[in-house]
Write a protein that binds this ligand. Structure first.
Ligand SMILES: Cc1cc2nc3c(=O)[nH]c(=O)nc-3n(C[C@H](O)[C@H](O)[C@H](O)COP(=O)(O)O)c2cc1C
Length: 213
């Protein structure tokens, strides 16, 4: 999983919690720019030397009153500094099932679309594509310019799933976390990871609301 420097670090935490709850072990790459968004959005300074502590604090946010349940699961995360281009995930021979980029900045989208590999996150995404493994890109920007739209088409053509960080309101959302979990759930859907992060649409306009009120 890669976290790039777009707004939306709560989406990243929700996806990571979902992966860990599903029993996945996760290789985590946090871009340099995403440390700024994380600091801005959560007050957490993400430090390479203290990544476990900082990740625990991050995962606890929005964990719905059960932050302790992620204490142990942090052991299922392997953290790789974004500047370490010799890290395991930079090679196609490193065992990985696929990659999720949440949130994906337009800079990251551009870098992956043109194969820039400017850091470990982008290199791992390029490796994921060349190895024909699933790549899910949750872009977060608005409005989108033509350049980014073309880059997204390039990624789609290359086999990636583009899952915009675009929350929906039909799943009974009443809190911000519901909207966050909806996006995280759609990202996990695209990766085929089971979860119960949002209420799925079953048809019947207004029925769910009537039944619950
Ligand atoms: C507080 C903050 C919020 C940002 N939000 C976005 C955003 O929502 N979408 C985006 O594409 N870039 C956003 N950026 C700009 C990216 O961080 C910037 O393009 C950076 O180069 C991305 O690098 P990365 O892809 O290596 O993480 C934001 C930057 C800051 C400091």
């Amino acid at each position: 999983m890669g976290v790039s420097g777009a707004s939306g670090t709560p989406y990243a935490a929700a996806v990571l919690r979902g992966l860990l709850e599903a029993g996945e072990s996760v290789d985590l790459i946090v871009s340099r720019a995403s440390r700024l968004t994380l600091l801005d959005e959560t007050g957490i300074s993400f430090r390479d030397a203290h990544w476990r502590d900082d990740l625990r604090s991050w995962l606890a946010m929005g964990a719905d009153g059960k932050p302790d349940s992620f204490e142990a699961r942090v052991d299922d995360v392997r953290y790789w500094p974004a500047g370490d281009l010799a890290a395991g995930p930079s090679s196609g021979s490193y065992p990985a099932r696929g990659m999720l980029i949440v949130p994906a900045s337009t800079a990251c989208v551009a870098g992956v679309a043109v194969g820039l590999s400017k850091d470990l996150l982008q290199r791992t995404a390029s490796v994921t594509l060349k190895e024909r493994r699933p790549l899910v890109v949750s872009v977060r920007e608005t409005p989108l310019n033509g350049q980014t739209l073309r880059h997204l088409v390039t990624l789609d053509d290359a086999g990636a799933s583009v899952v915009p960080a675009s929350p929906a309101f039909y799943a009974g959302a009443t809190h911000i976390q519901d909207l966050v979990d909806f996006v995280a759930g759609r990202v996990l859907d695209a990766a085929g990871v089971p979860h119960a992060l949002y209420r799925r649409w079953k048809g019947g306009l207004g029925e769910a609301r009537t039944a619950e009120s």
